[in-house]
Design a protein. Structure first.
Lengths: 323, 394
């Protein structure tokens, strides 16, 4: 009887196809990308992504996946449906993280070994500009109006504001030790810069013309966890500007911050050495890459709770979700 | 002068949120080369630019950061025999240099530091581990980037205790530096609850270290030397002069892990250390020098990065400003060790994790999990505030 019932349910399933998104996770040590179905939270595919894949993003239409193949010194490109490799993009040496402008045309790449930000045209697959920045460039954030790209340099400890018109640095702001990531709020009025070793997030007010002013710093505290291990790395702001999520590295937690009052509301326990974050397109879920436990954690954004973890490849680094 | 003004103007164009104040940072590295025997392993041969190479990289790193702030860095490096050290320092002081990194033994370091103090210069100790320099022998104008004997011994002790290897067979060398290091291991054993069940001194008879048949003798000598020791979990070797500890691992009477100067060795840095972004640091260093980094290179780089960080945050290269900022609560620096490094304001010692290295990989890093401290877990390594007899920082 039960069998029969199940068979009926199964027979009905194709009639209601679930519109699943796909999460692409770069595995830094495994040299692969794991593909996770966000309806079933199962790994549906894993493919070679180049050597030391780290930063990962998608074209605006979700058809192409871009990944920084750091040890190959290029950006590899894959078809999001067939996983076929498409022609690579020049990136400059040791690309670590990048950001794609809204139109999908220009890719801004941090070259960790060379103190450069490389600007690559994704259509012509040529380098348009190289911008000298501080030592060990890493974090890349793009203002919502597309006028500024912010690069953080880990040893220089600055956020460099590069104009996307002339590729010149217009502002430099000193932040705390080892800035890892830069993230604008959806309205472009705030910028968050995480400092891994400093243990802080520097918050800047962004004026109409893009000029930054440091507004304050977010600090973290978790009972039973040594302050030294609260190391902010990846960050994401909800598009309504209410919540900031900050990955805290070896503290194995994601901080939930009220993005308006800058008050830390909660800490969500995730996998080990949580590194980067990525929303599903509907912002229902936030995925975290956990480098030391080789998994991703799924956070229910509305409930602010971790609901699942999914084993992926070796040392997951970055994640992007496409429809 | 003209060039300088021009440069400052160019920088001012780029800079809107930080006031650009042109600062010219002149520093120096003084290395004394003592007559020495060949190391036991060829891998430990000293490159001719050891230590000094760290300054080249530091000038590049600091210079890149400085280019956004109008700060320029120029570090002079000198490697001299002991007899020329004093005149080399005089040259530096005459050139107006007041920030000096020194790689020298204790007596020379102290004499040079005191001479530098007369001109208001700040000195960074890049190599000398003597505990006394962090205690009664400390100097107000001397900051220690190199970890002390105490920090190294505590690093080993914490790891051994974490492993529950509490019974130690301590084998020490007979030279004064070996004896000082052995003393640090005795203190570490007391501090962390380990027990030295047997202690022996391996006499330095000045024998040949590297002959074709060296291993033949070692293979006969060491088992006999270590025979009949009281029950022990590990052998702890105190051999600062590097003449026997490297041989211990496979030549003991009772097979036991060796830690300390042989086997698993505490080091401040090594060329295979990958964690915490160190890979990109190695890439830069190897690109400049064509060789792997040594601890001395790292220490010199770190000393100059401390200066760079102080200049970046204070816009001043005045030695007193640099010193006061470095030992203040505001100072913090990322140094590829997973957490910020800071200074102990009671003796000028840099707080930092210490790596445990087996010759090819980082096996562990101290402080170990569970060793707690009211200020910083890093203060479980080396002389804590109440333990230090230093008064120059009061």
């Amino acid at each position: 009887m039960r069998h029969h019932f199940l068979a009926t349910v199964l027979a009905l399933l194709p009639a209601f196809p679930v519109m699943a998104d796909k999460a692409f996770v770069s595995n830094e040590r495994g040299n692969t990308i794991s593909v996770v179905d966000t309806a079933t939270w199962e790994v549906i595919h894993e493919f070679f992504a180049g050597n030391r894949p780290r930063g990962i993003t998608a074209s605006p239409d979700g058809t192409k996946i871009y990944v920084c193949a750091s040890d190959d010194s290029l950006v590899r490109v894959f078809d999001a449906k067939t996983y076929e490799e498409l022609p690579s993009l020049p990136s400059g040496p040791d690309p670590e993280l990048f950001v794609l402008e809204q139109s999908g045309k220009r890719l801004y790449i941090a070259n960790e070994d060379d103190n450069l930000v490389t600007v690559t045209d994704t259509d012509t697959r040529t380098v348009i500009a190289e911008v000298p920045v501080g030592v060990e460039p890493e974090g890349m954030g793009l203002s919502p109006d597309g006028k500024f790209v912010v690069n953080t340099s880990e040893t220089t400890n600055m956020a460099h504001f590069i104009s996307t018109d002339d590729y010149k640095i217009k502002h430099n702001v000193l932040v705390d030790q080892r800035p890892r990531y830069a993230q604008y709020s959806g309205d472009g009025k705030l910028l968050f810069v995480t400092s891994e070793i400093g243990g802080t997030v520097t918050v800047m007010d962004i004026a109409e013309d893009g000029t930054p002013t440091v507004k304050g710093k977010i600090t973290f505290e978790v009972a039973g966890v040594q302050a030294e291990w609260l190391q902010p790395v990846g960050a994401r702001v909800t598009s309504d500007g209410t919540r900031l999520f900050v990955a805290l590295g070896p503290a194995n937690r994601v901080a939930v911050v009220d993005a308006k009052t800058l008050e830390v509301l909660d800490y969500i326990l995730v996998g080990q050495r949580v590194w980067q974050l990525g929303f599903t397109p509907d912002e229902k879920y936030l995925l975290t890459t956990n480098g030391n436990s080789n998994d991703i954690t799924v956070i229910d954004v509305a409930k602010e709770k971790a609901i699942k973890s999914v084993q992926v490849g070796q040392q997951p680094w970055g994640v992007v979700v496409v429809k | 002068m003209k060039l300088h003004t021009l440069f400052a103007a160019a920088v001012a164009l780029f800079l809107s949120t930080e006031a650009a104040i042109a600062v010219e940072v002149k520093a120096a590295v003084l290395r004394i080369d003592y007559p020495s025997l060949l190391p036991i392993s060829r891998y430990d041969l000293r490159p001719s630019d050891i230590g000094l190479a760290g300054a080249v990289l530091a000038d590049e790193d600091n210079g890149t950061t400085g280019s956004f702030l109008g700060h320029t860095y120029k570090t002079t490096t000198r490697a001299v025999p002991p007899a020329e050290a004093d005149s080399a320092l005089e040259d530096m002081l005459t050139d107006g240099i007041r920030l000096i990194v020194i790689a020298a033994r204790k007596e020379d370091l102290l004499r040079l530091t005191d001479r530098a103090a007369q001109n208001g210069a700040l000195v960074f100790n890049a190599t000398t581990p003597d505990n006394d320099l962090r205690s009664e022998g400390c100097r107000a104008n001397l900051l220690h980037v190199a970890p002390s004997h105490g920090m190294m011994a505590d690093t080993v002790a914490q790891f051994a205790v974490w492993k529950k290897w509490r019974n130690w067979f301590l084998i020490s060398g007979s030279n004064p530096q070996d004896i000082a290091l052995a003393d640090a291991y005795r203190k570490a054993a007391r501090k962390f609850g380990a027990k030295i069940t047997e202690e022996r001194s391996f006499e330095d008879t000045g024998g040949s270290r590297r002959t074709d048949s060296g291993h033949v003798l070692v293979q006969r000598q060491l088992p006999a030397f270590t025979q009949g020791a009281a029950e022990h979990d590990v052998v702890i070797a105190a051999d600062e002069t590097d003449y026997f500890a490297r041989y211990l691992s496979y030549h003991l009477w009772t097979p036991r892990p060796v830690l300390g100067s042989g086997g698993l060795v505490p080091v401040t840095f090594h060329g295979a250390h990958e964690a915490w972004g160190a890979t990109q640091f190695h890439t830069r260093f190897e690109g400049l020098t064509g060789r792997y980094i040594k601890a001395e290179d790292y220490n010199v780089w770190l000393a100059l990065r401390i200066i760079g960080e102080a200049v970046t945050r204070t816009s001043s290269a005045d030695p007193k400003t640099v010193r006061d900022y470095a030992i203040s609560d505001e100072f913090e620096l990322a140094a590829f060790k997973g957490q910020k490094v800071t200074f102990r304001d009671w003796n000028g010692q840099l707080r930092q994790p210490v790596l445990l290295y087996d010759g090819s990989i980082t096996v562990s890093v101290s402080p170990q999990e569970g060793f707690l401290h009211q200020t910083s877990p890093l203060d479980t390594l080396g002389l804590d505030r109440p333990e230090s007899g230093c008064t120059a920082f009061n």
